[in-house]
Design a protein around this ligand. Structure first.
Ligand code: ZN
Length: 142
């Protein structure tokens, strides 16, 4: 907290973008107060200038009226701090999926014979390792 610095002028520009959204009739009397709340919330919620810009993008693109403070807070929480990174390219081995089907012969006791079994594993290419890492991250944050 507090290590990011959003300048007053940056916030002012972003809130000006919010003001392209029409105010609802019930907000009209207190336009100034809504603008001040928007500044306060962006200052508090945005982790970086880029994050702030993306929060405002999201609100401008989706809001039906100038956001009430609670709605702006919610929007800020729904925008990830960093944009989702595109998945890296995969190889021909896994035909672009990042997964490989590994087939092995395994002895099956019930039928007393070798049966072909298959398992899905992450490919060793960049995409496969990326998928494996994401799965690990999810487990750790759960
Ligand atoms: Zn691959």
């Amino acid at each position: 907290m507090g290590q990011h610095q959003l300048t007053e002028s940056f916030i002012t520009v972003q809130v000006a973008r919010l003001r392209t959204i029409p105010f609802k009739p019930e907000q009209k009397a207190d336009v100034g107060a809504f603008v001040e709340e928007a500044k306060r919330i962006l200052k508090k919620s945005a982790k970086s200038e880029d994050h702030c810009r993306r929060i405002v993008d999201h609100v401008v693109d989706s809001a039906k009226g100038f956001p009430a403070p609670a709605a702006l807070l919610e929007a800020a929480a729904s925008v990830p701090e960093r944009p989702a990174e595109p998945a890296p390219a995969a190889c021909a081995e896994c035909s672009g999926t990042g997964y490989q089907v590994i087939e092995r012969l395994a002895f099956n006791a019930a039928s007393q014979s070798e049966l072909l079994t298959s398992a899905v594993e992450y490919c060793t290419c960049t995409r496969g390792r990326w998928l494996a890492q994401k799965a690990t991250d999810r487990k750790e944050s759960a």
